[in-house]
Design a protein around this ligand. Structure first.
Ligand SMILES: NC(=O)c1ccc[n+]([C@@H]2O[C@H](COP(=O)([O-])OP(=O)(O)OC[C@H]3O[C@@H](n4cnc5c(N)ncnc54)[C@H](O)[C@@H]3O)[C@@H](O)[C@H]2O)c1
Length: 332
């Protein structure tokens, strides 16, 4: 399949590009590099530095590259920033995504895979999270993703676009060979922050909340390896052959891991202490979020291969050791 990977120079998109190549597909990357890294995309992959909101340009790319499926990873992802600058998030994550849908209809492309998030569920009443629980996001970032899910439902009903929506839990780890990995600016994710604290690149790691109703008092999350996320995106292709399709899957391991367990695992994998300090809870952090992944496993035949958090952290550590300054783009 010819696949346009929108946001393919970002963390998850770049790993997906590699998995697409390994599976014999033909990825083409579109990214405006506002947060992505040109070096995250191999030289043998066609790369367009373009904004997804540029409808004529995207239509041209879709047509000329004979694209069969669009995968959409491009978004602003910083939850805290979305609270202070909601319009920035609605404009890019929803407004530009609508331009992408318009370009797809202009070019006659009708298959779509979307990066959504467990943040669309808000604070759940029951755990583990199953796909049909009510979605009630508690921040603008989560709301933007839910808006796009609703648009996709309407587009499926109308027959314009068939789509698969993946609600990721905490994307983690790096390519097994350490060649690409996570390099966000600013970084807000626990594992790279803990590794940076261990190597002295940052000060002590803040543990936000130590009195939650969890076994060790710190928040429980579900850390899913980025390559496992990518494999699910490819496993869903057959489902998109049907018209009027709208399907959605949780992508998590199903295993809750606490903040303290992550720090212990980082210490074990790196052999370095992780300096940490206790801090008050952050507003809007649910105590526990972890997936019921039965639907993806049964319907897609997908199994996460990195079930052990230490194996996921080991891939992140390999990346950090070989790329202490990340991709070190000229703009960084
Ligand atoms: N990282 C996680 O743990 C996580 C969890 C749940 C959902 N997600 C979703 O997965 C997707 C990918 O996340 P990520 O961690 O790889 O983020 P990322 O910031 O590394 O990648 C996003 C990419 O999109 C590009 N981009 C943004 N706006 C663009 C635009 N207007 N035009 C063209 N390119 C644009 C950026 O340059 C970047 O390369 C996002 O949609 C995010 O909401 C991520």
């Amino acid at each position: 399949m010819n696949v346009l990977v929108v946001g393919g120079a970002g963390y998850i998109g770049s790993h997906c590009v590699r998995q697409l190549q390994a599976a014999g597909h033909h990825p083409v990357v579109l990214d405006n590099l506002v947060y992505g890294h040109r070096a995250a995309v191999a030289d043998d992959v066609t790369f367009y530095q373009e904004d997804l909101g540029n409808r004529p340009a995207v239509t041209k790319i879709l047509t000329e590259e004979k694209i069969d499926i669009v995968m959409h990873f491009a978004a602003f992802i910083n939850v805290g920033e979305s609270v202070h600058a909601p319009l920035k998030y609605y404009a890019n994550n929803v407004g530009n995504t609508i331009q992408l849908f318009l370009a797809m209809t202009d070019a006659g492309v009708n298959k779509f895979v979307f990066s959504s998030t467990c943040a669309t569920y808000g604070v759940p009443d029951t755990l583990p999270l199953v796909e049909d629980l009510p979605q009630s996001p508690i921040n603008p970032y989560g709301s933007t993703k839910l808006h796009v899910e609703h648009i996709l439902q309407d587009l499926a009903r109308s027959g314009a676009i068939s789509s698969a929506v993946f609600r990721y839990f905490n994307a983690s780890g790096a390519a097994d060979d350490g060649s690409i990995g996570e390099d966000h600016t600013p970084e807000t994710h626990l594992i790279p922050l803990a590794i940076d604290a261990a190597t002295g690149k940052r000060g002590a790691l803040k543990i936000f909340g130590v009195n939650y109703p969890t076994p060790d008092g710190t928040c429980l999350r579900d850390y899913i390896h980025v390559d496992d996320i990518s494999r699910a995106h490819i496993a869903v292709f057959d489902q998109l052959e049907e018209p009027n399709k709208f399907i959605h899957y949780n992508l998590g391991t199903g295993k809750p891991t606490s903040v303290r367990e992550i720090l212990d695992a980082v210490e074990k994998v790196t052999g370095l202490p992780v300096p940490a300090e206790e801090a008050p809870r952050r507003a809007g952090d649910p105590p526990s979020l972890y997936a019921d992944n039965t639907k993806a496993r049964t319907e897609l035949g997908w199994e996460p291969q990195h079930m052990d958090i230490e194996s996921t952290i080991a891939t992140a550590w390999k990346w950090h050791q070989s790329h202490p300054d990340g991709f070190a783009d000229p703009k960084d």
